[in-house]
Design a protein around this ligand. Structure first.
Ligand code: DGY
Length: 321
């Protein structure tokens, strides 16, 4: 009997085929994620679950699946939606998809950085609303990247890829990671700094840390007060790393210059969220890894983790505690 697996959304066909060659697949192909209660029903007796960041994978899911469950393969590099500790306690392996989405996410970070620095969205709105009459020396003036300081909080794969791109634009990089050594900082051509120094000295601050109890609301009212009045905050990590109410207050009060968010808290953001009314804010719907090639690579990596888990092999990319 092939191992029975549940896949919580339609993934790239090439990856689905790879799984179907080995497993009996139950696929949820709705546009919206399966509600938690339905997820519990559908995972009964499965050996593997391929989940997305929109699925909460917790003890209820593990209980519902029962002792057959060997692996949860999360199709994302982040795994804050999966209770990894509870999985480990039950001997369930957890996989993720690091590496393959680094460039796509770093590219998107630069897109947000450039768009906010050069007021691209405001420019588009300006034309669409019929306001464009002439060229004017002070029309929609933005900020130079060359010579500006970019503070990177979270200097893992994605943070480092952002640094390389920003260096090509002539930016000076300040970087923080708990594990960043002086020699690694030097070889990356960045200045190692603590979070307070980054907040105080950066013209742009970009967040690349995982969401954990330590990083939830890392950027709170206090942190925002420490930033330069014209600094721009970019978040492509996880929404709850920023206290969004505090961000709104800081923007309204002129404590910082702008924000560009790929991730929000909650997701989706309510369409009447006051942040959406501010001209110096750009919000996009969690598109960091959203390229055709990257999503296919993520799906294939998630497929390989799933297949390895259900066939008793070590996962090619296992999350370790
Ligand atoms: C991830 O992989 O963690 C992204 O947020 C979704 O691609």
């Amino acid at each position: 009997m092939p191992p029975h697996v549940f896949i919580s959304r339609a993934i790239a066909p090439v990856a689905l085929k790879r799984i179907e060659a080995v497993c009996e697949v139950d696929l949820w192909d709705g546009e919206m994620p399966p509600p938690h209660s339905i997820l519990c029903d559908r995972v009964r007796g499965v050996a593997g679950i391929l989940s997305l960041i929109t699925d909460r994978i917790d003890s209820e899911i593990y209980d519902a699946a029962g002792s057959a469950l060997k692996v949860v393969s999360n199709m994302a590099v982040g795994y804050n939606n999966v209770d990894v500790t509870a999985a480990a306690a039950r001997g369930i392996a957890v996989g993720n998809t690091p590496g393959v989405l680094t460039d796509a996410t770093a590219d998107l970070t630069m897109a947000l950085l450039l768009s906010s620095a050069r007021r691209i969205v405001e420019g588009v709105e300006y034309i669409r609303s019929g306001e464009w009459r002439t060229w004017h020396p002070s029309l929609l003036l933005g900020r130079d990247l060359n010579g500006a300081a970019l503070g990177i909080i979270g200097f893992g794969r994605i943070g480092q890829a952002v640094a390389r791109r920003a260096q090509a634009f002539g930016m000076q990089i300040l970087a923080y990671s708990p594990s960043l050594s002086e020699s690694d900082a030097q070889s990356a051509g960045v200045t190692r700094a603590d979070i307070n120094t980054i907040l105080r000295e950066s013209d742009f601050v970009s967040l690349h840390c995982p969401l954990s109890p330590e990083t939830r609301h890392l950027i709170d009212a206090d942190a925002l007060k420490r930033m330069k009045n014209n600094a721009i905050l970019i978040n492509t990590s996880r929404g709850p790393v920023v206290d969004q109410a505090a961000l709104y207050a800081a923007l309204r009060g002129g404590e910082i210059g702008g924000a560009a968010l790929d991730v929000t808290d909650p997701e989706p953001m309510a369409d009447n969220d006051p942040l959406l009314l501010l001209p110096n804010v750009i919000v996009i719907p969690h598109l960091g890894s959203a390229t055709v090639q990257t999503r296919e690579k993520m799906a294939l990596m998630a497929a390989d983790n799933l297949i390895a888990g259900v066939t008793g092999q070590p996962l090619p990319n296992a999350v370790t505690l």
